[in-house]
Write a protein of this length. Structure first.
Length: 243
């Protein structure tokens, strides 16, 4: 629409349209944030569950390792008992000495193995504490998420009601737009949303800060529909501007 087309439009109407479009944009943004908040909460729950699963797997491995070492210790202790029996019936001094050395070596190995078993059991105790803490964290995150979902759903329902009200107000206000410009208005609104309208601030377009000539300002004072020569926004004078 050329700027020299003498189409009159209420400044109050343009202010109202811009206010409503801003409200609508804000409501749309708040509604869109809801699913993102829930998705972020799901990620926190999944992270806590993943960390708990890692601890569970480490605990299982630690228990298996401890069991293996205890079986190994039992086997070696049985071997020592067998060697002791053979020692008591040794046929020669050399056999006796060899058996005695073997028993001493196995006892030393068993002592080392016993220490390793003790360390493994201490590691199991620590992992059990970690697992308990991890389970508590999962429960906390799941509880927070349930609360978050409930709050988001409740807030979203209220936001949709408000959006319906604002949309109805917008539709009613748009009925006052001159027929000659309604098509162009809808096209620009579709492309730019709330930025399709802009107030004049200190002689400049409030959208892109393009400096406006006195002629533009004077025509706005006469309620002539004016578009910004730079960003093409529908211009209007702020409420505190004298007409």
């Amino acid at each position: 629409m050329p700027n020299d087309a003498q189409i009159k439009i209420s400044t109050v109407l343009l202010r109202t349209l811009h206010r409503i479009h801003r409200q609508k944009t804000d409501l749309d943004g708040q509604i869109a944030r809801g699913p993102r908040q829930i998705k972020a909460g799901d990620a926190l729950v999944a992270k806590a569950e993943s960390e708990m699963q890692v601890i569970k797997e480490n605990l299982t491995k630690a228990n298996l390792l401890s069991d293996e070492k205890q079986l190994q210790l039992k086997s070696r202790e049985d071997k020592i008992v067998d060697l002791q029996t053979k020692l008591n019936s040794a046929a020669s001094n050399r056999e006796f000495d060899l058996l005695k050395e073997q028993i001493a070596a196995d006892k030393q190995a068993n002592s080392v193995l016993s220490d390793e078993i003790l360390e493994a059991m201490e590691a199991i105790d620590e992992l059990e504490v970690e697992l308990k803490d991890a389970q508590t964290e999962v429960e906390r995150q799941a509880g927070d998420q349930a609360k978050r979902i409930s709050e988001v759903e409740s807030k979203t329902a209220d936001l949709h009601k408000e959006l319906d009200r604002v949309t109805a107000e917008l539709e009613e206000s748009e009925k006052q737009i001159p027929a000659e410009v309604i098509g162009e208005y809808r096209r620009v609104i579709s492309a730019k949303g709330e930025d399709a309208l802009a107030p004049v601030e200190e002689g400049s377009c409030g959208g892109c800060y393009q400096v406006l000539t006195t002629q533009y300002i004077d025509r706005l004072r006469m309620s002539v529909l004016i578009r910004c020569p730079s960003c093409n926004a529908f211009l209007y004078l702020p409420e505190n501007t004298a007409v």
